[in-house]
Each structure stands twice: as structure tokens, then as C-alpha cells.
Ligand binder design. Structure first.
Ligand code: C5P
Length: 215
């Protein structure tokens, strides 16, 4: 069966002037590992990536983006024909309410940047999903990892949530190793790892492939 997979990876950057932005420490490694694993499974892969310093995975269509707004537009354009969505990107939850056209000058005083919420890309996509698509959300939590991931299943309208603990310095951001708790409907729970991100990605793609085969 020909499978088309849309993957998002990396952080987004939300600017308040031409050279300053808020972001997060996502390295993109998990999303890129997923792209490689999906490719190895024989899937066609569209990878929408925020700014990362990783080599382009072979055999995938890479769509570089910077802001959540750009990621939203790009994923929106690619979602229709995809069978699988792996929404691994660490999309910024807030963005500056305005962006100054020229670089702000420092004047020795503090300043306040007003933030507004970023519309949730995954929730918008799942609202127009087909039942035969498999949608996977990701969750980086510092506490109550599984309970928070379960709450996200319904809130985001997805089939699976892959939850990482990012508590402490041993967390998932930037590291080579990962442990993911995969939660799904009807109490489904499976732990992937601890293992390399490549191995965790392989296991996750295999789980999604098994679900696709049943549809
Ligand atoms: O609610 P939370 O940000 O913890 O959910 C994380 C999941 O939602 C990830 O799959 C992430 O890619 C996605 N997300 C999104 N749009 C946002 C924020 C998060 O699609 N603005």
C-alpha cells in the first residue's frame, strides 16, 4: 500500500523585531528520525521543518519554514492527500502580538513584549481530517506526562499522542536518546524506548503502519 506521510519537525521562531524572536530548544532530531524511519518503511515523506542544524534526510521532500504561521500554511497545503500526520514540531504556543519593522534600540531600560496565543495547527488540521488518516500529536511535559497526553487525545482530535518527559537536564530536547509513552484510544498505552531516537522512530512508524493496515 502506498503511504503518504506528513511530518513536522523542529521549533518555530516568533519575531518581535527583524532580529529578535522567542523560540524553544527543539533540535528537530526526533522529527528528522521519524522522516528517515518513514522513508525506510517505503512511505512518501513531506517534511515541514522549522530552523534546525541537521542534514536533510535523503529521499524526502523538505519544506523549510520559520514561523508558526508559515508552518500552518505549509501543513495546511500538504494535509489533504496524506495518510499519516506526525506533528512532531515544537510549535511556539505564544508569539509577540506585534512585530516592529526595524530593530529596537536599547536604552538601558527594561521592556515588555506582549504575547498572543498561536492558533493550534494540529487542532485545525484534525477538524478536517478523514477517518482513514492516522494523526499523531506529540507532547513535551514536565509533570503528569501520561495524564496530560491522554487529555490531548480528545482536545486535539488525534489517534495517538507520543509523550516525552522534558523534566530536568535528561529530558528529550536535543538529546540522542528518548523514551516515549504512546497513548491512544480505549486505554492504549505503549512505551517506546529508552532507545536512540532512530529506534524510537522506527517503533512509532511500525505502530502507525499496523493501524493503517487495519483501516
Ligand atoms: O498543547 P501542546 O502544545 O502541548 O501540544 C503539542 C502538540 O500540538 C504537538 O503535536 C505540536 O506539534 C502541536 N501544536 C500545534 N500548534 C501549536 C502548538 C502545538 O500543532 N500552536
Amino acid at each position: 500500500m502506498a503511504v503518504r506521510c506528513l511530518i513536522t519537525a523542529g521549533p518555530t521562531r516568533e519575531f518581535f523585531d527583524p532580529v529578535r524572536f522567542i523560540s524553544n530548544p527543539s533540535s528537530g532530531k526526533m522529527g528528522y528520525a521519524l522522516a528517515a524511519a518513514a522513508r525506510s518503511a517505503g512511505w512518501t515523506v513531506d517534511l515541514v521543518s522549522g530552523p534546525v542544524s541537521l542534514p536533510e534526510p535523503a529521499g524526502v521532500m523538505l519544506y523549510p519554514v520559520v514561523t508558526a504561521e508559515e508552518m500552518s500554511r505549509q501543513t495546511d497545503a500538504l494535509f489533504g492527500p496524506c495518510d499519516v500526520l506526525l506533528m512532531c514540531a515544537a510549535v511556539s504556543d505564544w508569539r509577540p502580538a506585534s512585530r516592529q519593522p526595524s530593530k529596537l534600540k536599547k536604552d538601558g531600560r527594561g521592556m515588555t513584549v506582549e504575547l498572543e496565543p498561536v492558533p493550534d495547527i494540529l487542532t485545525a488540521l484534525s477538524a478536517r481530517r478523514r477517518p482513514d488518516q492516522v494523526l499523531v500529536g506529540f507532547a513535551a511535559e514536565t509533570e503528569d506526562v501520561e495524564a496530560n497526553a491522554r487529555a490531548k487525545l480528545d482536545r486535539k482530535g488525534v489517534d495517538l499522542v507520543a509523550a516525552n518527559s522534558v523534566a530536568g537536564v535528561e529530558g528529550a530536547f536535543g538529546s540522542e536518546e528518548n523514551t516515549v509513552t504512546l497513548v491512544g484510544r480505549e486505554g492504549f498505552r505503549r512505551q517506546l524506548g529508552p532507545a536512540s531516537k532512530a529506534e524510537v522512530a522506527r517503533l512509532l512508524v511500525a505502530e502507525v503502519a499496523a493501524r493503517l493496515a487495519k483501516r
